[in-house]
Design a protein around this ligand. Structure first.
Ligand code: PMP
Length: 435
């Protein structure tokens, strides 16, 4: 009997034995078309020879150098590249080992930013309901995903919550988008005033909501309004781009499409496209200058910060995205995939919505197409769809409805940017069988 602890303690998943391009194969010979990039990770598909070559070369020179003693050319080049391509003066890059670590690091940098200024009373973050920002205790406290949080409460931090921005059906019937957006911003301002601006560190949100809502872009002007409120009250705006960043929505940073510059950005997943565990925090100049001019030390660190092989993988991924014009591919393929999904499921009785940006695509499952009434959350339909899809040789990323009934089950599609039209058609066919 295996001693490994799997997430589902009663069930051992299939054993992956090889992965190439759009496919993974298990030990029984089944193949799976990767329509979710794992969890929106594998943006270049599997076994990309150029990434493997870059990792191999780095392993042969310096496989590991502790960042407390050394930096490396590869980490510096990666940081330079991320910063150059980032909007505004997000010129400073801190490399960690994954998405939750990136979020934790951003939260701590934000806290220290105020502590350096003697503002110790600032302790509170504002985040959104139903949000997910990672599974470590700080990131979990920040997130508003009730199901994930419940059994670990009370959590470590105080977080005030506001509504997510959902461009689709949660808007009251007849309400204009502009009016809806203004209402959300008024709610955020109200929350800031209730908590007291001088107690707040920052506001954190995903520019395009990935797993918890199922590929939901913001309404036009929402993040401009968020930025203005953060400026007005002197609090930091932290963008969690762990899932939606690194080209997934058709621009390297999803927030570019909203025309604002956050103070801190967390990255993970697509950064090294699954070839190595790596995450990053990008910080604006004013954030880092305050720390540099104050204690001069970021009071934080992990053993695998700026890991050279992870940095080599991420750097290779960045180069390939540019060389092969994959941002454009993500935009075009995303539009194609949504069109194919609409053609296939536009009148399906249980598909309530098809949406997304770039190759971050969501399909919402409801009891009734017209009223959008969600399925009973206890049915855990999302889990059944995932299993059924696996039986049909397809990987989709599932998320469940909430007990408050505001959100239905949905599945997330986030295929590699290298997907061809034929691959997309195959995804839709297999999904059709699964549904
Ligand atoms: N933030 C967001 C938006 C995410 O989607 C995730 C992962 N699903 C995380 C943070 C945490 O990343 P990781 O699982 O790599 O720790």
């Amino acid at each position: 009997m295996s001693k490994m602890i799997h997430r589902n303690l009663r069930h051992t998943p299939p054993t992956a034995v090889c992965a190439f391009g759009m496919y993974l194969r298990d030990s029984k010979g089944n193949t799976y078309l990767d329509a979710s990039g794992g969890a929106a990770v594998s943006s270049l598909g599997h076994g990309h020879p150029d990434v493997l070559a870059a990792m191999g070369a780095q392993m042969k020179t310096t496989a590991y150098a502790h960042s407390g003693f050394f930096t490396t050319d590869v980490a510096e080049e990666l940081a330079q590249r991320l910063a150059t391509d980032a909007p505004g003066d997000l010129n400073n890059v801190y490399l960690v080992s994954g998405g939750s670590e990136a979020v934790e690091s951003a939260l701590k940098m934000a806290r220290q930013y105020f502590v350096e200024n003697g503002e110790h009373e600032r302790r509170i973050f504002i985040a959104r309901q139903q949000s997910y920002h990672g599974n470590t205790l700080g990131a979990l406290a920040l997130g508003g995903n009730e199901a994930r949080r419940r059994q670990f409460e009370p959590l470590l931090m105080d977080v005030a919550r506001v509504s997510p921005c959902h461009e689709y059906r949660y808007r009251p019937a007849g309400q204009e988008v502009a009016e809806y957006t203004a209402g959300l911003l008024a709610e955020l301002e109200q929350a800031i005033l209730e908590v007291g601006p001088h107690s707040i560190i920052g506001f954190c949100a995903e520019p395009v909501v990935g797993a918890t809502l199922g590929a939901v872009p913001p309404t036009p002007g929402y993040f401009k309004g968020v930025r203005a409120l953060c400026d007005k009250y002197g609090i930091l705006f932290i963008a969690d781009e762990v899932m939606c960043g690194m080209g997934r929505t058709g621009t390297l940073y999803a927030i570019e499409q909203d025309g604002v510059v956050p103070d801190l950005v967390a990255l993970g997943k697509g950064l090294a496209a699954g070839y190595q565990p790596i995450g990053a925090v990008l910080a604006r100049d004013h954030v880092v200058e305050r720390l540099r001019g104050g204690s001069g030390v970021f009071q934080h660190g992990h053993t695998y910060n700026a890991h050279p092989v992870a940095a080599a993988a991420a750097l290779a991924v960045q180069k390939i995205i540019k060389r092969d014009c994959l941002l454009g591919a993500a935009t075009v393929r995303g539009t194609t995939l949504r069109r194919m999904l609409r053609d296939a499921f536009g009148t399906h009785p249980h598909v309530g919505d098809i949406r997304g940006r770039g190759l971050l695509v969501g399909l919402e499952l409801v009891q009734d197409r017209e009223t959008k009434r969600p399925f009973d959350p206890d049915l855990k339909l999302f889990a059944a769809v995932k299993e059924q899809a696996m039986d049909c040789g397809l990987m989709v990323y599932p998320m469940g409805g909430t007990a408050d009934g505001r959100r239905g089950d949905h599945i997330l599609l986030a295929p590699p940017f290298i997907a061809t039209e034929a691959d997309l058609a195959q995804i839709v066919n297999r999904l059709s069988d699964a549904l």
